[in-house]
Design a protein. Structure first.
Length: 200
């Protein structure tokens, strides 16, 4: 009997909001290159996003669906606003998994965050959990922008595999070696398992 073909693992990196090109922003390119060097990953996508400063949901989610083609075989790595976008995306469509870096649950009273649209309604945490086989979260108690309780709301609601730090700020270094732990953890999975959305 012919062996069932395994689905390839694809990774999409969704950046935080900002005006600069993602290729030269924080750790995005270094993580992309590290993942691309692994034969178990079929494709790693890092693209400049539309509406990069405000990061409006109405532009980002369709771009993730239609241009980046995030599907049930896609692991989404989202940083800051990108983490909010990844969570809202998983409310609507199944994904292969979520890696959230600097995630938060409210607009923090910030005008730009309010304008983005991600925080205009309650989160459907149960649907996000159902649509994502796993959620890994990186958070730092020393984040200058995100109070720890904001990050804990996400961790508790999604029952994430929380990687807690005290000295990483908002994760804006040019290197992110800790994510290699996640790579090894995730790539141990049989890629075909990523197609099976678990129920919580």
């Amino acid at each position: 009997m012919a062996q069932e073909e395994k689905s390839p693992i694809k990774v999409v990196i969704i950046p935080g909001n900002g005006a600069g090109p993602v290729e030269s922003s924080v750790w995005y390119a270094s993580v992309r290159d590290a993942l691309r060097s692994d034969h178990r990953v079929s494709k790693v996508v890092l693209r400049d996003m539309p509406d990069p400063v405000v990061a409006r949901e109405c532009y980002w989610l369709p771009f993730m669906r239609d241009e980046l083609v995030c599907d049930q075989n896609t692991i989404i790595i989202g940083h800051s606003s990108g983490a909010a976008a990844a969570m809202r995306y998983a409310e609507q469509w199944p994904v292969g998994g979520l890696v959230l870096v600097g995630a938060y649950s409210s607009d923090l009273g910030d005008e730009t965050e309010q304008e983005s649209g991600y925080f205009s309604r309650p989160w459907a945490w149960d649907i996000i959990r159902k649509n994502s086989p796993f959620v890994v979260q990186f958070g730092s108690t020393g984040d200058p922008y995100l109070p720890w309780h904001e990050q804990k709301v996400v961790a508790d609601a999604l029952r994430t595999d929380l990687q807690q730090f005290s000295n990483r700020g908002h994760f804006v270094d040019t290197e992110f070696p800790e994510i290699l732990y996640v790579k090894e953890q995730l790539l141990r999975l049989d890629p075909s398992e990523l197609c099976t959305v678990k129920s919580m």
